[in-house]
Design a protein around this ligand. Structure first.
Ligand code: CAA
Length: 692
């Protein structure tokens, strides 16, 4: 089967791109398109050309697997094909279904006309790979949509639904059926003898743009970019489109593309793109997932409500169960409020909110959920409570229903042991707020069946989450590592760093907020409770810094009490001398000498412990691959994707240096901080995670 099929339908040549899985613009596709266009030009009977995708989608972009390879650099470039399309002597029509992304949309923007089915989406997501739409996208898109919409689309990488794309001028028409609609459109164009001005020559929307618009865009985009350079470079290119002629603008875009391509953020983000996809795959797992049509959520708290929203958003009917109507009414009010906020922000529509709310029901009786395909328990982190719930579920749920727990730290096997069907029990850990955070950490119990695992992995994808699979252990993949990050942050305070300095370094690194600001926000008393448990299992010779507990004893519980590590006046935070006093008091008590730290030292001390613990997770099988750990940390904890994730970062930082830091931490903090045998071996041999 050729990558691009050629057939003639009346007076219309139809070029069908057939290159699974996503019709990426690989060498074969680019060559096929060039040949097809040439044939259509030479065929006197052909009066218009349609480009359409075979299978489930239009073109999803350049072929990322060919980047930087000989294939990638051979054959006609996307820009060359665009030149051919744009100046083609007969009308060219892109007929879009599925997604037209990246180079795929850029190619479509060079066609004379774009039609799409209503379910199609278009976008320029290159920013997620650390690059920019380098095949003319930054120059053509603003010519259709105007500057602000183009910057929004390209700096977020979002997929724009067809109806919005039509309103923005990206599409010319929505057709009911893909090929017949495109053919009818082409016939009309032929009949009318319509002439089209190439997009690159349309300058109306670029004229007279106030420079203040760019200043405003830079300010708002910089806030969200958190150190990513591609979004800012995209704005430079759009500004160039306004200030230069088309040829100079395209040249400017090319130069900027190459400079981004050469930056370290690009390989990190490309690694990360494939890491997310790899994480969905479980070696050796061949079981067919069960279809989930209905679900129940136990617990109407913030977490339970959020999980119900996630399910309903994906079209799955969800029943929330709690002990009484009052708890359910309170939970539903929060769910409703969350949807209303989304509608007011424009991130969802009233129709979608109504449809989702229509799928959420409530119940106080477990008998009402007995026929659900899955039940997700989301109550307090108390083992006995969870075990009693699972015993009840075991008694009522239909055979084969998946019994999932949303625990963030408890032993999944102990929960499963409360039932007579441990093969159906599994951990499905969402992050708070569940309807926003993209991670779904699935935790396989000792006895979880392959089909149970396959089902929750597939469910995660359906829910739009990034999934990873962990083995049952204390804290699983993510939280097990988190305690070392926050733990070292606290030790740094005792040794002389300030909360503000540590937070500043973490944020400059790309974390959404530093560890102390995070604690102040989530409530320090909550952390104290978690640590009370942890203290019970600490090995001899190991301690936790008592600064947190001392602050809480003084009534400093975080933002909610107006003071935590910081003092708060409204949203403004400032350093509080009382915090410094407590830190100094602890340092004196433990005989710790205080000194100043460089930012680089703090950065290494904060992030190296993640790598050390991550290596132990690989060693004991908690995580399947290093890249799964990266997926968990990027999606669950906001680790910057442009640094690839902690394991990718650690390998580039140097596993030998990480190992050294771990030995120092062991000497300072206790035995749990020592590097494991795997890390020591890789460090000594100068090897990386692929050799683990
Ligand atoms: N090149 C090569 N392979 C790609 C690809 C691409 N552009 N996009 C997706 N794939 C591969 C995936 O790696 C995956 O492979 P495996 O099955 O081996 O894991 C397979 O296609 C299916 O992808 P998904 O699992 O992601 O499938 P999905 O149905 O969930 O999503 C999608 C489909 C929306 C197209 C999604 O894959 C996606 O967003 N792809 C990336 C699109 C993109 O970034 N395009 C821009 C490319 S850069 C560019 O075009 C540069 C330029 O300006 C010239």
């Amino acid at each position: 089967m050729p990558a691009v099929g050629y057939e003639v339908d009346g007076e219309i040549a139809v070029l069908t791109i057939d290159y699974p899985p996503v019709n990426a613009l690989s060498l074969a596709v680019r060559e096929g398109l060039e040949a097809g266009l040439s044939q259509a030009r030479d065929d006197a009977a052909v009066r218009a050309v349609i480009m359409v995708g075979g299978g489930k989608t239009f073109i999803a972009g350049a072929d990322i697997t060919e980047f930087g390879t000989e294939k990638g650099n051979s054959g006609p470039s996307i820009a060359k094909l665009e030149g051919i399309l744009e100046h083609f002597p007969k009308p060219t029509i892109a007929a879009i279904h599925g997604t037209a992304l990246g180079g795929g949309l850029e190619l479509a923007l060079a066609a004379h006309v774009r039609v799409a089915v209503a379910a199609a989406r278009v976008g320029l997501p290159e920013v997620n790979l650390g690059i920019l739409p380098g095949a003319g996208g930054t120059q053509r898109l603003p010519r259709l949509t105007g500057v602000e919409a183009a910057v929004d689309i390209m700096t977020t990488g979002r997929h724009v639904p067809a109806a919005d794309a039509l309103a923005l001028g990206i599409l010319d028409e929505i057709v009911a059926e893909l090929r017949p609609g495109a053919v009818a459109f082409a016939r009309q164009v032929i009949a009318e003898g319509a002439k089209f001005q190439p997009v690159i020559e349309r300058n109306e929307k670029l004229r007279g743009v106030d420079p203040a618009v760019f200043a405003g865009l830079r300010k708002s985009v910089a806030k969200k970019a958190r150190g990513k350079i591609a979004p800012m470079t995209i704005i430079d290119c759009v500004e160039a489109a306004c200030g230069m002629d088309a040829t100079a603008g395209l040249r400017f875009e090319r130069e900027k593309f190459h400079s981004l391509y050469a930056n370290d953020q690009r390989p990190a983000l490309m690694y990360y793109f494939f890491a997310e996809r790899e994480a969905r795959k479980v070696p050796g797992l061949t079981a067919e997932p069960k279809k989930i049509k209905s679900a129940a959520v136990i617990g109407a708290g913030t977490m339970g409500g959020g999980i119900a929203m996630v399910l309903a958003n994906a079209g799955i009917a969800a029943t929330i169960v709690d002990i009484n109507d009052e708890a359910l009414a309170k939970g539903m009010a929060t769910v409703r409020k969350n949807y209303e906020i989304s509608v007011s922000r424009g991130s969802t529509s009233q129709a979608k909110m109504d449809a989702a709310l229509g799928l959420i029901t409530t119940a106080t009786d477990y008998a009402d959920i007995a026929q659900c395909d899955i039940v997700i328990e989301a109550v307090f982190e108390k083992m006995e409570l969870k075990r009693s719930i699972f015993a009840k579920l075991d008694a009522v749920m239909k055979p084969g229903a998946i019994l999932a727990t949303n625990t963030s730290s408890l032993n999944v096997d102990m929960i499963a042991a409360a039932t007579a069907r441990p093969q159906d029990v599994i951990g499905v850990h969402f992050f708070s707020p569940a309807n926003v955070m993209k991670l779904q950490e699935n935790i396989r119990g000792e006895k979880s069946s392959d089909q149970t695992i396959a089902t929750v992995m597939a469910l995660g994808k359906e829910l739009g989450k990034n999934v990873v699979l962990a083995r049952n252990c204390d804290g699983f993949i993510g939280n097990r590592m988190l305690q070392y990050y926050t733990g070292e942050a606290e030790f740094l305070l005792e040794q002389g760093a300030t909360p503000e300095q540590v937070d500043r370094v973490a944020e400059a690194f790309g974390m959404p907020m530093g560890p102390f600001t995070m604690r102040d926000m989530s409530g320090m008393d909550v952390s104290v409770l978690v640590r009370e448990e942890r203290r019970k299992t600490l090995p001899p010779g190991e301690r936790l810094s008592p600064v947190l507990e001392r602050l809480v004893q003084r009534g400093r519980k975080g933002q909610k009490t107006g003071k935590g590590y910081y003092r708060y006046e409204g949203r403004e935070k400032s350093i509080d001398p009382e915090t410094t006093e407590v830190i100094e008091e602890v340092a004196r008590e433990y005989g710790i000498e205080r000194r100043s730290f460089t930012d680089a030292e703090i950065e290494a001390r904060l992030f190296a412990p993640l790598v050390v613990e991550g290596a132990k997770e690989l060693e004991d099988g908690t995580a399947i691959r290093a890249s799964d750990i990266d997926v968990a940390w990027v999606n669950g904890y906001g680790f910057p994707a442009h640094k690839g994730g902690p394991m990718y970062w650690g390998e580039r930082y140097g596993l030998d240096k990480i190992c050294e830091l771990a030995f120092e931490a062991e000497a300072r903090n206790g035995p749990r901080w020592a590097p494991g045998p795997l890390l020591q071996r890789l460090a000594a041999q100068g090897k990386g995670w692929k050799d683990a």
